[in-house]
Design a protein around this ligand. Structure first.
Ligand code: ATP
Ligand code: LTN
Length: 335
Protein backbone atom coordinates (compact mmCIF):
# COMPACT_ATOMS: atom_id res chain seq x y z
CA UNK A 1 0.00 0.00 0.00
CA UNK A 2 1.08 3.54 -0.76
CA UNK A 3 0.40 4.45 2.89
CA UNK A 4 3.09 2.20 4.30
CA UNK A 5 5.91 3.43 2.10
CA UNK A 6 5.59 7.14 2.44
CA UNK A 7 6.57 9.53 5.22
CA UNK A 8 3.65 10.47 7.45
CA UNK A 9 1.72 13.42 6.10
CA UNK A 10 0.57 16.60 7.72
CA UNK A 11 -1.92 19.19 6.60
CA UNK A 12 -2.86 22.42 8.28
CA UNK A 13 -4.07 25.85 7.35
CA UNK A 14 -4.96 29.28 8.66
CA UNK A 15 -7.47 31.69 7.18
CA UNK A 16 -6.19 35.03 5.92
CA UNK A 17 -9.21 36.64 7.55
CA UNK A 18 -7.07 38.81 9.82
CA UNK A 19 -3.49 39.28 10.93
CA UNK A 20 -1.75 36.28 12.48
CA UNK A 21 -1.67 36.40 16.28
CA UNK A 22 0.38 35.00 19.11
CA UNK A 23 -2.52 32.53 19.48
CA UNK A 24 -2.17 31.17 15.96
CA UNK A 25 1.62 31.06 16.42
CA UNK A 26 1.52 29.08 19.66
CA UNK A 27 -1.52 26.99 18.84
CA UNK A 28 -0.42 26.08 15.33
CA UNK A 29 2.57 27.55 13.48
CA UNK A 30 5.16 26.82 16.15
CA UNK A 31 4.21 23.16 15.90
CA UNK A 32 4.25 23.24 12.13
CA UNK A 33 7.86 24.36 12.18
CA UNK A 34 8.83 21.60 14.59
CA UNK A 35 7.16 18.95 12.44
CA UNK A 36 8.56 19.88 9.04
CA UNK A 37 11.74 17.82 9.38
CA UNK A 38 10.04 14.55 10.20
CA UNK A 39 6.87 14.66 8.11
CA UNK A 40 5.76 15.50 4.62
CA UNK A 41 3.93 18.73 5.36
CA UNK A 42 1.36 20.77 3.45
CA UNK A 43 0.72 24.17 4.97
CA UNK A 44 -1.99 26.22 3.41
CA UNK A 45 -3.36 29.74 3.37
CA UNK A 46 -7.07 28.93 3.34
CA UNK A 47 -8.49 31.91 1.46
CA UNK A 48 -11.62 29.98 0.44
CA UNK A 49 -12.44 29.54 4.10
CA UNK A 50 -11.91 33.25 4.69
CA UNK A 51 -14.77 34.26 2.38
CA UNK A 52 -17.32 32.44 4.55
CA UNK A 53 -17.63 35.87 6.11
CA UNK A 54 -17.48 39.07 4.07
CA UNK A 55 -13.97 40.21 3.13
CA UNK A 56 -12.59 43.28 1.46
CA UNK A 57 -10.98 41.89 -1.76
CA UNK A 58 -7.86 44.06 -1.75
CA UNK A 59 -7.27 43.34 1.92
CA UNK A 60 -7.81 39.63 1.48
CA UNK A 61 -5.18 39.57 -1.27
CA UNK A 62 -2.71 41.55 0.81
CA UNK A 63 -3.24 39.44 3.89
CA UNK A 64 -2.83 36.16 2.01
CA UNK A 65 0.54 37.30 0.72
CA UNK A 66 1.55 38.67 4.11
CA UNK A 67 0.58 35.41 5.69
CA UNK A 68 2.92 33.59 3.36
CA UNK A 69 5.72 36.01 4.29
CA UNK A 70 4.94 35.37 7.96
CA UNK A 71 4.91 31.59 7.52
CA UNK A 72 8.40 31.87 6.06
CA UNK A 73 9.54 34.30 8.75
CA UNK A 74 8.35 31.89 11.46
CA UNK A 75 10.71 29.30 10.05
CA UNK A 76 8.68 27.26 7.57
CA UNK A 77 11.12 26.19 4.90
CA UNK A 78 9.83 25.76 1.32
CA UNK A 79 12.54 23.15 0.77
CA UNK A 80 11.03 21.02 3.50
CA UNK A 81 7.29 21.66 3.22
CA UNK A 82 4.71 22.65 0.65
CA UNK A 83 3.41 26.19 1.18
CA UNK A 84 0.42 27.10 -0.95
CA UNK A 85 -2.80 29.02 -1.30
CA UNK A 86 -6.02 27.00 -1.11
CA UNK A 87 -7.76 28.63 -4.09
CA UNK A 88 -4.77 27.67 -6.25
CA UNK A 89 -5.65 23.98 -5.95
CA UNK A 90 -9.19 23.57 -7.36
CA UNK A 91 -9.38 20.02 -6.01
CA UNK A 92 -10.35 21.45 -2.61
CA UNK A 93 -13.63 22.84 -3.91
CA UNK A 94 -14.31 19.74 -6.00
CA UNK A 95 -13.81 17.27 -3.17
CA UNK A 96 -15.64 19.63 -0.83
CA UNK A 97 -18.76 19.31 -2.97
CA UNK A 98 -18.60 15.53 -3.06
CA UNK A 99 -18.03 15.21 0.69
CA UNK A 100 -20.92 17.56 1.38
CA UNK A 101 -23.10 14.79 -0.01
CA UNK A 102 -21.75 12.47 2.69
CA UNK A 103 -22.26 14.88 5.59
CA UNK A 104 -25.41 15.23 7.64
CA UNK A 105 -27.16 18.53 8.20
CA UNK A 106 -27.40 17.58 11.89
CA UNK A 107 -23.65 17.06 12.18
CA UNK A 108 -22.90 20.51 10.82
CA UNK A 109 -25.55 22.07 13.06
CA UNK A 110 -23.64 20.86 16.10
CA UNK A 111 -20.37 22.64 15.23
CA UNK A 112 -19.43 25.11 17.95
CA UNK A 113 -17.51 27.40 15.60
CA UNK A 114 -20.54 27.67 13.31
CA UNK A 115 -22.80 28.56 16.22
CA UNK A 116 -20.35 31.23 17.40
CA UNK A 117 -19.76 32.72 13.96
CA UNK A 118 -23.46 32.68 13.16
CA UNK A 119 -23.98 34.72 16.32
CA UNK A 120 -21.29 37.20 15.27
CA UNK A 121 -22.58 37.55 11.70
CA UNK A 122 -26.32 37.35 12.14
CA UNK A 123 -26.98 39.50 9.09
CA UNK A 124 -25.03 37.14 6.82
CA UNK A 125 -25.25 33.47 7.84
CA UNK A 126 -24.33 31.85 4.54
CA UNK A 127 -24.41 28.27 3.34
CA UNK A 128 -20.62 28.57 3.07
CA UNK A 129 -20.31 29.35 6.76
CA UNK A 130 -22.44 26.30 7.51
CA UNK A 131 -20.52 23.90 5.24
CA UNK A 132 -17.11 25.30 6.23
CA UNK A 133 -16.16 22.07 8.08
CA UNK A 134 -16.80 20.06 4.90
CA UNK A 135 -14.27 22.16 2.98
CA UNK A 136 -11.85 21.71 5.86
CA UNK A 137 -12.45 17.96 5.64
CA UNK A 138 -11.61 18.06 1.94
CA UNK A 139 -8.41 20.01 2.72
CA UNK A 140 -7.25 17.33 5.10
CA UNK A 141 -8.34 14.22 3.19
CA UNK A 142 -6.99 15.30 -0.21
CA UNK A 143 -3.46 14.89 1.16
CA UNK A 144 -4.18 11.59 2.96
CA UNK A 145 -3.02 13.40 6.08
CA UNK A 146 -2.10 11.47 9.19
CA UNK A 147 -1.84 14.46 11.50
CA UNK A 148 -3.48 17.87 11.65
CA UNK A 149 -1.64 20.30 13.95
CA UNK A 150 -4.19 22.85 15.16
CA UNK A 151 -5.25 24.66 18.30
CA UNK A 152 -7.74 23.17 20.73
CA UNK A 153 -10.68 25.04 19.16
CA UNK A 154 -10.35 22.97 15.97
CA UNK A 155 -10.59 19.55 17.60
CA UNK A 156 -14.29 19.21 16.83
CA UNK A 157 -13.72 19.88 13.13
CA UNK A 158 -11.00 17.25 12.90
CA UNK A 159 -13.30 14.76 14.65
CA UNK A 160 -16.00 15.47 12.08
CA UNK A 161 -13.42 14.98 9.33
CA UNK A 162 -12.64 11.54 10.73
CA UNK A 163 -16.33 10.64 10.84
CA UNK A 164 -16.83 11.67 7.22
CA UNK A 165 -13.71 9.79 6.10
CA UNK A 166 -14.80 6.69 7.98
CA UNK A 167 -18.27 6.85 6.49
CA UNK A 168 -16.90 7.19 2.97
CA UNK A 169 -14.41 4.36 3.50
CA UNK A 170 -17.24 2.25 4.87
CA UNK A 171 -19.28 2.67 1.70
CA UNK A 172 -16.51 2.55 -0.96
CA UNK A 173 -13.62 0.69 0.71
CA UNK A 174 -10.32 2.22 1.91
CA UNK A 175 -10.03 5.62 0.26
CA UNK A 176 -8.94 8.12 2.89
CA UNK A 177 -6.34 7.97 5.64
CA UNK A 178 -8.00 8.73 8.99
CA UNK A 179 -6.36 11.88 10.35
CA UNK A 180 -5.73 12.79 13.95
CA UNK A 181 -5.68 16.22 15.54
CA UNK A 182 -2.27 17.13 16.91
CA UNK A 183 -2.82 19.66 19.65
CA UNK A 184 -0.06 21.11 21.85
CA UNK A 185 -0.12 20.52 25.61
CA UNK A 186 -1.52 23.38 27.67
CA UNK A 187 1.76 24.71 29.00
CA UNK A 188 2.93 25.13 25.45
CA UNK A 189 -0.12 27.18 24.59
CA UNK A 190 -2.88 24.92 23.26
CA UNK A 191 -5.25 27.77 23.93
CA UNK A 192 -3.93 31.25 24.38
CA UNK A 193 -6.60 33.43 25.95
CA UNK A 194 -7.41 37.07 25.29
CA UNK A 195 -5.33 39.52 27.34
CA UNK A 196 -8.36 41.74 27.83
CA UNK A 197 -10.86 39.00 28.59
CA UNK A 198 -9.10 35.80 29.67
CA UNK A 199 -12.34 33.82 29.51
CA UNK A 200 -12.22 34.04 25.70
CA UNK A 201 -9.57 32.72 23.35
CA UNK A 202 -7.14 35.21 21.87
CA UNK A 203 -8.63 35.98 18.49
CA UNK A 204 -7.50 38.13 15.59
CA UNK A 205 -10.84 39.92 15.61
CA UNK A 206 -10.17 41.33 19.10
CA UNK A 207 -7.35 43.91 18.60
CA UNK A 208 -6.84 44.84 22.26
CA UNK A 209 -6.89 41.33 23.65
CA UNK A 210 -4.55 39.90 21.08
CA UNK A 211 -0.93 40.29 20.10
CA UNK A 212 -0.31 40.33 16.36
CA UNK A 213 2.91 38.84 15.03
CA UNK A 214 3.57 42.17 13.34
CA UNK A 215 2.89 44.32 16.44
CA UNK A 216 5.65 46.76 17.28
CA UNK A 217 7.42 46.42 20.66
CA UNK A 218 5.66 49.45 22.11
CA UNK A 219 2.24 47.98 21.23
CA UNK A 220 3.13 44.66 22.80
CA UNK A 221 4.44 46.38 25.92
CA UNK A 222 1.20 48.35 26.27
CA UNK A 223 -1.03 45.30 25.75
CA UNK A 224 0.75 43.28 28.43
CA UNK A 225 0.76 46.15 30.89
CA UNK A 226 -3.01 46.37 30.52
CA UNK A 227 -3.57 42.62 30.62
CA UNK A 228 -6.43 41.71 32.94
CA UNK A 229 -5.36 39.82 36.09
CA UNK A 230 -7.12 39.61 39.48
CA UNK A 231 -7.15 41.30 42.87
CA UNK A 232 -4.55 39.01 44.45
CA UNK A 233 -0.83 39.47 44.08
CA UNK A 234 0.53 35.93 43.77
CA UNK A 235 1.87 34.74 40.42
CA UNK A 236 0.41 31.24 40.52
CA UNK A 237 -1.20 28.97 37.93
CA UNK A 238 -4.88 28.44 38.77
CA UNK A 239 -7.01 28.42 35.67
CA UNK A 240 -10.32 28.43 37.53
CA UNK A 241 -9.71 31.30 39.92
CA UNK A 242 -6.91 33.20 38.17
CA UNK A 243 -7.55 32.90 34.44
CA UNK A 244 -5.63 36.06 33.51
CA UNK A 245 -2.47 35.21 35.43
CA UNK A 246 -2.65 31.58 34.30
CA UNK A 247 -2.84 32.70 30.69
CA UNK A 248 0.16 34.99 31.11
CA UNK A 249 2.08 32.14 32.73
CA UNK A 250 1.17 29.84 29.85
CA UNK A 251 2.43 32.40 27.36
CA UNK A 252 5.61 32.93 29.35
CA UNK A 253 6.35 29.20 29.48
CA UNK A 254 5.63 28.71 25.79
CA UNK A 255 7.89 31.60 24.83
CA UNK A 256 10.80 30.87 27.16
CA UNK A 257 10.59 27.07 27.21
CA UNK A 258 10.45 27.11 31.02
CA UNK A 259 8.16 24.78 32.97
CA UNK A 260 5.25 26.13 34.97
CA UNK A 261 7.08 25.37 38.24
CA UNK A 262 10.15 27.28 37.06
CA UNK A 263 8.08 30.27 36.01
CA UNK A 264 6.15 30.36 39.29
CA UNK A 265 9.41 30.16 41.25
CA UNK A 266 10.93 32.97 39.21
CA UNK A 267 8.13 35.38 40.11
CA UNK A 268 7.51 34.17 43.65
CA UNK A 269 7.11 37.11 46.00
CA UNK A 270 6.97 39.60 43.10
CA UNK A 271 3.79 41.39 42.17
CA UNK A 272 2.05 41.70 38.83
CA UNK A 273 3.89 44.98 38.25
CA UNK A 274 7.05 42.96 37.64
CA UNK A 275 5.43 39.90 36.17
CA UNK A 276 3.30 41.45 33.41
CA UNK A 277 6.08 43.52 31.78
CA UNK A 278 8.42 40.52 31.98
CA UNK A 279 6.00 38.43 29.93
CA UNK A 280 5.69 41.34 27.48
CA UNK A 281 9.47 41.59 27.04
CA UNK A 282 9.76 37.84 26.42
CA UNK A 283 7.10 38.08 23.70
CA UNK A 284 8.80 41.13 22.16
CA UNK A 285 12.05 39.20 21.81
CA UNK A 286 10.26 36.20 20.33
CA UNK A 287 8.47 38.28 17.71
CA UNK A 288 11.19 40.77 16.81
CA UNK A 289 13.04 38.59 14.26
CA UNK A 290 9.74 37.32 12.81
CA UNK A 291 8.43 40.83 12.23
CA UNK A 292 11.68 42.01 10.68
CA UNK A 293 12.01 39.04 8.34
CA UNK A 294 8.35 39.16 7.25
CA UNK A 295 8.75 42.85 6.48
CA UNK A 296 11.81 42.16 4.38
CA UNK A 297 10.06 39.35 2.47
CA UNK A 298 7.06 41.56 1.68
CA UNK A 299 9.51 43.71 -0.26
CA UNK A 300 10.33 40.75 -2.52
CA UNK A 301 7.03 39.89 -4.23
CA UNK A 302 8.74 37.91 -6.98
CA UNK A 303 10.25 35.55 -4.43
CA UNK A 304 6.89 35.04 -2.70
CA UNK A 305 5.21 34.39 -6.04
CA UNK A 306 7.80 31.73 -6.83
CA UNK A 307 7.05 30.00 -3.53
CA UNK A 308 3.28 29.90 -3.89
CA UNK A 309 3.41 28.84 -7.53
CA UNK A 310 5.69 25.94 -6.79
CA UNK A 311 3.56 25.11 -3.74
CA UNK A 312 0.40 24.97 -5.85
CA UNK A 313 2.09 22.68 -8.35
CA UNK A 314 3.20 20.22 -5.70
CA UNK A 315 -0.11 20.36 -3.83
CA UNK A 316 -2.11 19.65 -6.98
CA UNK A 317 0.00 16.63 -7.77
CA UNK A 318 -1.08 14.93 -4.56
CA UNK A 319 -4.60 16.38 -4.38
CA UNK A 320 -5.32 15.40 -7.99
CA UNK A 321 -4.56 11.76 -7.28
CA UNK A 322 -6.96 11.57 -4.35
CA UNK A 323 -9.69 13.43 -6.20
CA UNK A 324 -9.51 11.10 -9.22
CA UNK A 325 -9.80 8.10 -6.97
CA UNK A 326 -12.86 9.57 -5.24
CA UNK A 327 -14.53 10.58 -8.50
CA UNK A 328 -14.10 7.04 -9.82
CA UNK A 329 -15.48 5.51 -6.63
CA UNK A 330 -18.63 7.63 -6.52
CA UNK A 331 -19.37 6.83 -10.16
CA UNK A 332 -18.25 9.79 -12.27
CA UNK A 333 -17.01 9.06 -15.81
CA UNK A 334 -13.24 9.70 -16.10
CA UNK A 335 -12.46 13.00 -17.84
P1 ATP B 1 -11.09 33.94 14.38
O1 ATP B 1 -11.04 34.35 15.80
O2 ATP B 1 -11.33 35.02 13.41
O3 ATP B 1 -11.95 32.73 14.18
P2 ATP B 1 -8.52 32.86 14.91
O4 ATP B 1 -7.78 33.99 15.53
O5 ATP B 1 -9.07 31.80 15.79
O6 ATP B 1 -9.65 33.43 13.98
P3 ATP B 1 -7.75 30.96 12.96
O7 ATP B 1 -7.32 31.32 11.62
O8 ATP B 1 -9.14 30.46 13.14
O9 ATP B 1 -7.54 32.21 13.90
O10 ATP B 1 -6.77 29.92 13.63
C1 ATP B 1 -5.53 29.53 13.10
C2 ATP B 1 -4.93 28.39 13.88
O11 ATP B 1 -4.44 28.87 15.11
C3 ATP B 1 -5.90 27.27 14.25
O12 ATP B 1 -5.19 26.05 14.24
C4 ATP B 1 -6.32 27.60 15.63
O13 ATP B 1 -6.67 26.45 16.36
C5 ATP B 1 -5.06 28.24 16.18
N1 ATP B 1 -5.40 29.27 17.13
C6 ATP B 1 -6.01 30.45 16.87
N2 ATP B 1 -6.17 31.16 17.97
C7 ATP B 1 -5.63 30.43 18.97
C8 ATP B 1 -5.47 30.63 20.37
N3 ATP B 1 -5.90 31.73 20.95
N4 ATP B 1 -4.87 29.68 21.08
C9 ATP B 1 -4.41 28.56 20.50
N5 ATP B 1 -4.51 28.31 19.19
C10 ATP B 1 -5.13 29.21 18.43
N1 LTN C 1 -10.78 25.81 10.34
C1 LTN C 1 -9.46 26.24 10.66
C2 LTN C 1 -8.63 26.59 9.45
C3 LTN C 1 -8.51 25.43 8.52
C4 LTN C 1 -7.76 24.23 8.72
C5 LTN C 1 -7.96 23.43 7.57
C6 LTN C 1 -6.97 23.77 9.76
C7 LTN C 1 -9.11 25.30 7.31
N2 LTN C 1 -8.78 24.11 6.72
C8 LTN C 1 -7.39 22.17 7.46
C9 LTN C 1 -6.41 22.49 9.64
C10 LTN C 1 -6.61 21.72 8.49
C11 LTN C 1 -9.59 27.44 11.58
O1 LTN C 1 -10.60 28.04 11.65
N3 LTN C 1 -8.57 27.79 12.26
Amino acid sequence: MENQERKKRIFSGIQPSGELTLGSYMGAIKNWVALQDEYECFYCIVDMHAITVRQNPAELRRRALEQLAQYLACGLDPEKCVLFIQSHAPQHAELGWILGCYTQFGELSRMTQFKQKAQQHQENITAGLFTYPVLMTADILLYQSDLVPVGEDQRQHVELCRDIAQRFNGVYGPTFTLPEAFIPRTEQGARVMSLGNPENKMSKSDPDGCVYLMDKPEDIRRKFKRAVTDSETAVRYDKENKPGVSNLLTIYCAVTGKTMAEAEAEFAGQGYGVFKPAVGEAVIELLRPIREEAGRLMGDKAYLEGIYREGARRAQLVAGKTLSKVQRKVGFIAR
